[in-house]
Design a binder for this molecule. Structure first.
Ligand code: AGP
Length: 609
């Protein structure tokens, strides 16, 4: 929910923190701050608002620093304000934090009773005071930090800087993501990869319970669980994301860039599956052992990833005849799911850090289920805790509204379903290879949709003052209707609802009126005639219908607007029908002047429940 960054080295401009925070702003952007050592003590600057507001109060020119911390915030405790902005400091100790300290109220009461004065309403502010308490009892700084951390309950990634030990920066991870950047004589920590790409591509992903000491000479990682020092070289991975991948490449917004990156994301995601899907299943440990495949699957995810899971259900049940239940992760984690022997669990998460999805995955594992995660971030918590990872290869998804991760997740389900079908014998080799060929052709068909972007933009212009939207779809396109509605509402702030088209007469039809456009996903498949009836019911009540279809001629005189997509296998069509909905939502958001990359109230990764 927040972005933290730290630097220590022989000396660099303060811009190393400011530039890094710019790449973390998508994680939270309601206030920001930096603390740094400048040779004669610690300087601290904090501002409400965006990073640009912090930049205005920083010294000009930016000073050189030897060590420093930075933070960009998504408020969890205490409204956005400069007082509540991080870093929080006392007695020459500064702390930045991503996560939630659940027992901060009791700790704060204790500390206030000891005479500590608090300046903010945040949970984080207890940390520097706790460290100061233990320092005052004669602990070394590291002992004081470890004692303070031992008292914290909740999830946190912390960065700690201290005036009295200027040669060391500390980073602590428990429940919130933290990655180290390994430079030459310069070392970093950050909440996410893009912040560090301009400086290094050699990174180490910290695990929960690890405390890291960074100096200009190197980093030492102590794993408090095993009480072992972690060999840094062995844990260092080279990130093959270029800085450009994490930037906009000339697009107006990350979201637009990422919509256009979907063909590549699909190609990269399926690359190591199309040769021999069953081999991949065996490598993932899914098709090894007595059963050729799990007897039942439980899927849990949030938001857009949940919608991908709903598509996955259709694909797996149709191709592999394995019963699949799909849950919203925040429901799964508390509903005491019934677990049968031989069942499997799949979590779906772009960030790999969504609190509810992690909790659902842990619950499934606690119940004895083997957990596969379909995840986009290497080294993320979900990826490291799962029993197997089906890596989507979308590259960094910066826009808060998930697009390329979504279609990559569906592509992952397509190859997984084909592999499961082959492994179980419910899918012939011919059908499987035909599907895989069609899947490999799909990115080219997706690019054709971009050729029609101007028409979509023109349509969007006529929708910016709509009262709301209804999105309808059937079968494997019902989740696409849900996703189209989510995209539109989360970036344009217009109300939108997704519904199974067959449900329309059970309530939503009461909403139909001229200024409530109905977007219908209507590809030519076995449900086309049924969906056409729904379109006619809407038109008969004066509703305006926008149809996404691969048979435009069949609908052109029956609806107000047609958004055409190419024909493909009916089971793969969701990968195409979602794209016009993404572009439509994006353009409506832009025309309404919304910040489509950082919509209000939202964060890219919901790392708290
Ligand atoms: C999607 O556009 C939203 N930003 C949100 O629903 C997101 O899909 C959800 O928070 C899940 O995130 P994850 O895939 O990183 O777990």
């Amino acid at each position: 929910m927040c972005g933290i960054i730290g630097y220590i080295g022989s000396g660099a401009s303060l811009n190393v923190l400011v530039d890094g925070l710019k790449r973390l702003e998508y994680r939270g952007y309601d206030s920001a701050g930096v603390a740094f050592l400048n040779g004669n003590g610690m300087d601290l600057y904090k501002a409400k608002g965006r990073l640009q507001d912090l930049r205005k109060i920083l010294p000009e020119p930016l000073p050189r620093i030897r060590a420093g911390l930075g933070h960009t915030r998504w408020a969890t405790h205490g409204a956005p304000s400069s007082e509540n902005a991080h870093p929080h400091a006392t007695a020459g100790i500064a702390v930045v934090h991503n996560g939630i300290i659940e027992n901060y109220r009791d700790l704060k009461k204790e500390l206030q009773a000891e005479g500590n004065v608090f300046l903010s309403q945040t949970d984080t502010e207890v940390v520097p005071h706790l460290i100061a308490r233990f320092l005052g009892r004669g602990c070394s700084f590291r002992e004081a930090l470890e004692s303070a951390v031992a008292l914290l309950r909740g999830s946190f990634a912390l960065g700690v800087l201290c005036e009295t030990c200027p040669d060391t920066l500390f980073a602590v991870r428990k429940g919130s993501p933290l990655v180290l950047g390994i430079g030459r004589g310069e070392f970093y920590f950050a909440s996410d990869i893009p912040a560090l790409l301009p400086f290094t591509r050699e990174m180490v992903f910290l695990s929960d319970g690890q405390i890291c000491a960074l100096t200009a000479e190197g980093v030492e990682i102590l794993d408090q669980v095993s009480n072992m020092v972690i060999p840094v070289a062995e844990r260092t991975v080279t990130i093959d994301w270029t800085q450009a991948m994490a930037e906009k490449d000339g697009h107006a917004h990350f979201m637009h860039k990422e919509i256009h990156e979907q063909p590549r994301a699909i190609t990269d995601t399926i690359a190591d599956w199309t040769g021999d899907p069953v081999r991949r299943l065996v490598q993932l440990g899914i098709a090894s052992g007595p059963d050729p495949a799990p007897r039942r699957l439980q899927i849990a995810a949030c938001g857009t990833s949940y919608h991908a899971g709903l598509v996955g259900k259709y694909l797996i049940e149709l191709l592999a005849r394995i019963p699949v239940e799909v849950d919203i992760a925040s429901e799964y984690r508390y509903r005491m799911p019934v677990v049968e022997p031989g069942a499997g669990f799949i979590s779906i998460t772009q960030s790999g850090e969504t609190a509810d999805t992690l909790a659902a995955q842990r619950e499934a594992q606690k119940q004895g289920l083997r957990a596969l995660t379909i995840c986009n971030v290497v080294g993320s918590t979900a990826a490291r805790e799962a029993d197997a990872v089906l890596q989507t290869r979308s590259g960094p998804e910066i826009g808060v509204a998930s697009t390329k991760a979504f279609t990559a997740q569906i592509a992952a389900f397509a190859v997984l379903a084909v592999g499961l079908g082959l492994s179980k014998g419910t899918l012939s080799e011919d059908t499987a290879s035909r599907l895989l060929v069609r899947l490999q052709q799909l990115p080219g068909l997706m690019k054709e949709i971009f050729a029609g972007e101007e028409a979509i933009n023109a349509l969007a212009a006529s929708l910016v003052n709509a009262k709301g939207f209804l999105f309808l779809g059937r079968g494997v396109h019902y989740p696409i209707a849900l996703e189209g509605a989510l995209k539109l509402k989360e970036i344009s702030y217009l109300h939108a609802e997704g519904y199974a088209a067959g449900e329309m007469k059970h309530g939503p039809i009461a909403l139909i009126e001229e200024n409530l456009p109905v977007v219908v996903v209507a590809p030519r498949n076995s449900l086309f005639e049924k969906t056409l009836s729904n379109i006619e019911e809407v038109r008969a009540r004066g509703g305006r219908v926008i149809a996404v279809t691969d048979d435009p001629d069949a609908l052109r005189d029956k609806v107000h607007e047609v958004l055409p997509v190419s024909q493909t296998d009916p089971l793969l069509a969701p990968l195409l029908t979602v794209v016009p909905l993404q572009l439509l939502a994006y353009q409506v958001g832009v025309l309404r002047g919304c910040d489509v990359d950082q919509p209000r109230n939202l964060a890219k990764s919901v790392t708290v429940e």
